[in-house]
Design a protein around this ligand. Structure first.
Ligand SMILES: [Zn+2]
Length: 318
């Protein structure tokens, strides 16, 4: 939501009416009330629920920090706003929002068999080799045993998971390195590939992408996230190139619990005074992104255009 939309948020009720010079309720006025004047843009409303003091303050004297479009009139109110976001992210986690239920998926070997890309004896031999070694994915064993091209495995997985197989066309490591902390690329095997039409972010994964991770990335980027497969070779290459590019500066911190997390985020916002910031959970991590200057926030989506004026802080609860 644009900031302007928030300026008028909550401008109802007695206090707002007084503040804006409208007649207070109770001073009977049979004729319809005149429309409330537009809020003075020099005013900023505290976003903390239940804030009683200083709910309207001169915008100019303290307009930062902003957290998820909300502004807190004091350190205490800021912490109330942040704590509510922490609770939200805690409830959004993968544990409480299961991915696709464990539907019965056709085994990859059978998908490839049905496509006519391998024969039954080839599948039996690959399965036997996988069993004997006790490790490795069936796709890798098939490639090794039958010389099956890698893209056939990716296409087979695409059928199995009902998701697209992506290409690397349009991949800009420089732009994509700014999408999220590199930690998520190395740990979760997710590689952002490109933005299409300023609205869709394509993210590649090797085996699967958890719905909760896609949801978090959507909240952070303001883009619709579409995930798809890449062949192992292309994914490795994209990952390597992305990791070589400059990312948004990122710091890691371990906290004891949710209260400490909310306190640490609020304190950081107070120190850094970002013009916008957001918090999302990525599996076990809580990722705070802070935009330090207005110019750092693009108009469509919220992908940074450079590593400047944006900062990431990643938290983990012990
Ligand atoms: Zn307040």
């Amino acid at each position: 939501m644009p900031l302007l939309g928030k300026w008028s948020h909550g401008l109802s009720g007695t206090r707002a009416a007084h503040a804006l010079g409208s007649p207070a309720p109770g001073t009977s006025n049979p004729s319809p009330s005149p429309p409330a004047p537009a809020p003075d843009v020099s005013m900023r409303i505290c976003g903390a629920p239940g804030c009683n003091s200083g709910w309207l303050k001169p915008w100019k004297s303290r307009r930062r920090p902003v957290f998820e479009h909300e502004w807190g009139c004091s350190a205490r109110c800021l912490q109330v706003i942040v704590a509510s976001a922490v609770r939200r992210e805690l409830g959004d986690g993968a544990e409480t929002q299961p991915d696709q239920p464990h539907r019965h998926r056709v085994p990859l070997g059978l998908v490839l068999l049905a496509q006519g890309w391998i024969t039954h004896p080839q599948l039996q031999a690959a399965l036997a080799a996988q069993r004997a070694s006790g490790e490795g994915r069936i796709g890798d064993w098939l490639i090794r045993h039958t010389g099956l091209p890698e893209d056939r495995i990716a296409r087979g997985l695409g059928v199995q998971w009902n998701c697209p197989v992506l290409a690397l066309e349009g991949f800009s490591p420089r732009a994509m390195a700014l999408v999220m902390p590199k930690r998520f690329v190395t740990e979760f095997g997710l590689v952002p590939i490109r933005v299409a039409g300023s609205t869709i972010l394509y993210v590649a994964f090797q085996e699967r992408m958890k719905a909760a991770a896609a949801f978090s990335l959507e909240h952070m980027s303001g883009l619709k996230v579409e995930s798809g497969l890449l062949t192992t070779t292309l994914l490795d290459s994209a990952r390597r190139r992305l990791l070589d590019a400059e990312a948004v500066p990122s710091h890691m911190r371990v906290v004891a619990d949710c209260d400490e997390l909310a306190g640490a985020v609020a304190k950081l916002l107070d120190q850094k005074q970002p013009v916008e910031s957001r918090l999302v959970r990525m599996h076990q991590y809580y990722w705070l992104r802070m935009w330090m200057e207005e110019g750092a926030i693009p108009t469509t989506g919220s992908l940074p255009t450079s590593a400047q004026d944006v900062e990431d802080q990643v938290f983990m609860i012990e």
